[in-house]
Design a protein around this ligand. Sequence first.
Ligand code: ZN
Length: 142
Amino acid sequence: MEVDDLYQDILLDHFKHPRHFQPLADGEVLVDEENPTCGDHIRLTARVENGRIADVRFDGKGCAISLASASMMSERMPGLTPDEARRRIADYVAFMRGEKELDEGTLGDLAALAGVRQFPLRVKCATMSWHAMDKALKKLGV
Ligand code: ZN
């Protein structure tokens, strides 16, 4: 199997079966984030318990890149402290903007999104949910 096909499969799997995707009640939405250039729209909620992120959930609609990256993001956040999460978010956003390289061990299945870096307009699709998570932490005051 070609590496590109493998990455394509990972992306499609997250897009078709996004993890932590669940319709949110209006009252629990912390961040409402849109990417008008593509039409992506997600809403996100998060919970912090005992100094660690206990839960991240989102709903919304968007392109495969935006939903797959939201799914991967929300898989990574639980268990992290807010500071660790902010560092991961900053590293990932810098990676997607081509400002920083990350090794494969750090990337894990996020490597499936690396190809998006060639398409500057789509980088927003791949980073939208990560910015939303950063804003959620701010709203939670952690
Ligand atoms: Zn998009």
